[in-house]
Design a binder for this molecule. Structure first.
Ligand SMILES: Nc1ccn([C@@H]2O[C@H](COP(=O)(O)OP(=O)(O)OP(=O)(O)O)[C@@H](O)[C@H]2O)c(=O)n1
Ligand SMILES: C[C@](O)(CO)[C@H](O)COP(=O)(O)O
Length: 233
């Protein structure tokens, strides 16, 4: 697929999955016949414009090497202490041949649709602005520790999803600077915001869930089976 820009993906996959309370890191749990990470990589591998898919995994990860290598574009990078460190390591792994744009997508989000990713690419690249898939908050939001102290106004409130798409050099510089100054970074957009650069909000499906706690598994399994049967039609 020819484009007038180059694009690489980074998949942070070095977490331990503590909230999942599972014997292995959650990205290696099998759902609908494959590990969560294999589902995510198979989804990204359908993007023919990707030059490289960097997967950041822990140096002592014994599982990654056993995965079926589904695409020659996949390269391994070292995971870091926090997710942002893993992403930065992934960016630095591309430094010798940097892409114009980089798509960062959680290994724990196998349900993302290609349509949503294509929409993110189209809207951001045509606007020449980085951006993220996000879903509008649907529930009433409360703030408080054990009792509700405040109902947070819901207008213009979004849940950030992934992929998040930014220019390689913008994201690398923003992450390096923010991490050096110990700014709390939980997604790529927060580093870009900290650097006072725009983050476009692109509406994404709310079923692009981040598999995080045990109750997410049955829903994810159902939705993965559904996606697989729809693709087989
Ligand atoms: N040091 C880290 C921490 C997280 N991740 C990745 O970032 C994504 C989103 O993070 P999260 O859902 O928080 O995963 P974990 O950190 O594994 O989960 P937990 O917080 O429950 O331990 C996951 O694909 C995870 O593998 C990573 O690459 N490096
Ligand atoms: C990047 C992310 O998935 C956007 O919602 C989220 O910030 C990851 O947070 P986590 O605590 O690392 O799961």
């Amino acid at each position: 697929m020819t484009t007038n820009y180059t694009l690489a993906a980074i998949v942070p996959a070095a977490g331990v999955g503590s909230r999942m309370q599972h014997s292995a890191p959650k990205q290696y749990i099998c759902l609908a016949g494959k590990t969560i990470l294999e589902h995510t990589l198979a989804k990204l591998a359908q993007l023919k414009q990707l030059t490289t898919i960097v997967v950041a995994v822990s140096d002592d990860d014994p599982y990654f090497a056993t995965l079926e290598v589904i695409d020659q574009r996949i390269v391994r990078a070292s995971g870091g202490k926090e997710r942002a460190d893993s992403v930065l390591n992934g960016l630095l792994a591309l430094a010798d041949n940097p892409p114009d744009w980089v798509l960062v997508h959680d290994a724990a989000r196998p349900l993302v649709t290609l349509a949503d990713i294509e929409c993110l690419l189209s809207e951001c690249i045509s606007a020449d602005e980085g951006g993220i898939l996000a879903s509008k908050v649907k529930d009433t939001i409360k703030r408080g520790a054990t009792h509700s102290q405040q109902t947070v106004p819901r207008d213009n409130l979004w849940q950030a999803l992934t992929p998040q798409l930014f220019k390689y050099h913008d994201l690398t510089q923003a992450l390096q600077t923010a991490l050096a100054q110990q700014v709390t970074i939980t997604d790529e957009a927060s580093a870009i915001e900290w650097a006072n650069k725009p983050v476009k909000l692109v509406v994404g499906r709310s079923d692009n869930i981040k598999i995080t706690t045990p109750e997410d598994l049955d829903l994810a399994n159902f939705l993965l089976q559904k996606q697989h049967s729809e693709n087989a039609l």
